[in-house]
Design a protein around this ligand. Structure first.
Ligand code: UDP
Ligand code: MG
Length: 323
């Protein structure tokens, strides 16, 4: 029987997991899912609440459940990578624990992959994007939109606005993603980078069922830097261009000042403007060094080759015990 694995990163999701589990069990019982085995994989990303005991308790009742518990909080990206690496399914889905990714959409996703769309085009991956951002602070939505505009302008990899990490993938697609072992992971870009054919399913934003969001504005801002440095080197080129243009302006101004002094013996006046120029130029320099630093720090993290996550404990598949 083909196996569908669901990967769920959980960071302090004690309150949401029971709802999620009920939903995903309903999906597994759906008539369309007949003839498929399920593996429910939960990645406990260093939770400090009762997430792990709850997962252990569920795993004791349901042999389809597997859990992996990290030694500390490694972030959602690391948890997704761990889930994809561990999943044994022929198809693997990534979902959030808070039901913001409605599990019932898995039925449509499976249809797109196995039978194709209206014109019988089959897909290697069915992914979701939100067409609305209701329930999200307006300032967060604004910056999110600007981020997608910017990154698509400066990167060759398409990063779809409103794309969620919620998707169902075929084995070849997952194996391709798993080949990308970079430490600073920006999955929205990695999924696009590997290519294949992706069907985008649109849906309205749903608010989380319980618990709180783990993303502060600052965390999201840092995550957006991650996306930009991972998928574009345009900022580096821009800083070189800014440097060149400023040099040109400085050179032309110098010619004008020398000319004026020689012709009219005009003493150079105006220290305030000079002060502004110095501050402006040093500001640009710091900005460009900062940009360089971003890339350098990412390179530094990559060359250290530290593992993306560390597992503290996990339960084993029934098949592992048999060996
Ligand atoms: N998450 C995680 N590690 C983290 C932060 C979040 O595994 O460091 C998980 C979280 O438990 C949830 C998913 O990632 O299942 C999405 O997080 P959240 O709902 O807080 O993000 P939002 O939907 O607000 O973007
Ligand atoms: Mg959420």
């Amino acid at each position: 029987m083909p196996v569908i694995s669901t990967v769920v990163p959980c960071f302090n999701e004690e309150a949401a997991i029971p709802y999620f589990y009920t939903e995903i069990c309903n999906v597994a019982r759906h008539p369309r899912m007949e003839g498929y085995d399920f593996e429910f994989l939960f990645i406990d990303d260093g939770s400090t609440d009762g997430t792990l005991p709850l997962l252990k308790q569920l795993a004791a009742q349901d042999s389809r459940i597997r859990y992996l518990s990290f030694s500390r909080n490694f972030g959602k990206e690391a948890a997704m990578f761990a889930g994809l690496s561990e999943a044994i399914g022929d198809y693997v889905a990534v979902l959030d624990a808070d039901l913001q990714d409605p599990p019932i959409l898995l039925v449509d996703m499976l249809d797109y992959i196995e039978t194709g769309d209206e014109s019988s085009v089959r897909y290697d991956c069915a992914a979701t994007r939100r067409v609305s951002r209701t329930g999200e602070p307006p300032i967060r939505s604004f910056f999110a939109r600007q981020f997608y505009k910017l990154i698509n302008r400066i990167s060759k990899t398409e990063i779809v606005d409103g794309a969620r990490d919620f998707r169902l993938m075929t084995r070849p697609f997952i194996d391709a993603v798993l080949q990308l072992k970079e430490y600073s992971r920006f999955s929205k870009g990695l999924f696009g980078w590997v290519g294949f054919r992706t069907k985008w399913i649109e849906y309205e934003n749903v608010e989380r069922v319980a618990g709180e969001t783990k993303w502060s504005f600052f965390k999201l801002l840092l995550y957006s830097f991650e996306g930009i440095t991972a998928f574009s080197t345009v900022p580096l080129a821009l800083s070189s261009i800014a440097g060149f243009v400023l040099c040109l302006i400085a050179f032309l101004s110098l010619l004008v000042i020398i000319g004026k002094t020689l012709l009219w013996g005009d003493p150079v006046s105006g220290w305030p403007s000079l002060a502004c120029i110095i501050i402006f130029a040093s500001g640009i320099q710091l900005l460009c060094i900062g940009i360089l630093g971003q890339y350098l720090s990412k390179t530094y993290l990559e060359v250290k080759k530290r593992p993306i996550y560390i597992v503290k404990e996990k339960n084993h598949r029934p098949s592992d015990d048999a060996q």
